[in-house]
Design a protein around this ligand. Structure first.
Ligand code: PEP
Length: 256
């Protein structure tokens, strides 16, 4: 039994401390009765402390959008995982396609971050996904396998179980183009198959695989209704309390 997880990734789109507080105060009463969905919000770094104060004691957990793999030192502009833990972050998003493509993050770097997050007790949400050209060339599974081999290199069973995987086809992120539930499910089954080869079936069955890419209130239920889609990572539609609440309720509805 896998509890679905819905994450709101605000990126740099919303999230002055005031905006974050306002949005969270609106969201909390809409979803505070929900127990069968893990709910995670990832505001920008500068809003994490304020958001934590508001989220304390609620059913919403706090995530950072990124971190560095070192705990301390001369790394100007980077954020230590320890700092995140200390201010109440429970999750951290790693390897988002925007980090990979705009900031040139490699699978190897993401693997280092992932191991560090797990070591210090931050729960990682690790994104993988293919470009449009790769899908059109029939290379989606090859790319996913390549990313998984490197991103999850040397992970132990107890570590992968703590990890949430977000399958985010890059062509669907922020584009309004969503993968069909069937397209997404096919890749989720593939990912779970790789996990069962790398670890074992029992372990693979415990790992949550979110879908991400233009999830909206009107497509969430169909996506989450698929057996291997364990919730979603939501960008644009997480910026409004009502639409995010709707998506969270869709995850609750399809949980069984
Ligand atoms: C994301 O940024 O992870 C994402 C899925 O964005 P959007 O929902 O806007 O496509």
């Amino acid at each position: 039994m896998r509890i679905p997880i819905v994450g709101g990734n605000w990126k740099m789109n919303r999230g002055t401390p005031e905006q974050s507080k306002e949005m969270l105060k609106e969201l909390i009463p809409l979803i505070n009765h929900i127990i069968n969905v893990e709910i995670v919000i990832a505001p920008p770094f500068t809003s994490l402390i304020g958001a934590y104060e508001i989220l304390k004691g609620t059913n919403i957990k706090l995530s950072a959008q990124n971190m560095y793999f070192e705990e301390k030192g001369a790394f100007t502009g980077e954020i230590s995982p320890n700092f995140l833990k200390e201010i109440g972050a429970e999750y951290v998003i790693l390897g988002h396609s925007e980090r990979r493509n705009i900031f040139n993050e490699s699978d190897d770097l993401i693997n280092k971050k992932l191991k560090k997050a797990l070591n210090i007790g931050l729960k990682p949400i690790v994104c993988i996904g293919e470009h449009l050209e790769e899908r059109e060339a029939g290379k989606t599974k090859e790319i996913i396998k390549y990313q998984m081999d490197r991103t999850f290199k040397d992970l132990k069973k107890d570590q992968i179980i703590q990890t949430v995987i977000a399958y985010e086809p890059i062509w669907a992120i922020g584009t309004g183009k969503t993968a069909t539930p069937e397209q997404a499910e096919e890749i989720h089954v593939f990912i779970r198959g790789i996990l069962s080869q790398k670890f074992d079936q029992e372990t693979a069955d415990l790992i949550r695989i979110q879908y991400g890419g233009s999830i909206k209130p009107d497509n969430a239920e169909d996506l989450f209704g698929k057996k291997n889609i364990d919730g979603g990572l939501v960008g644009g539609a997480s910026l409004q309390a009502n639409s995010l609440a709707h998506i969270i309720k869709a995850a609750e509805k399809t949980f069984n």
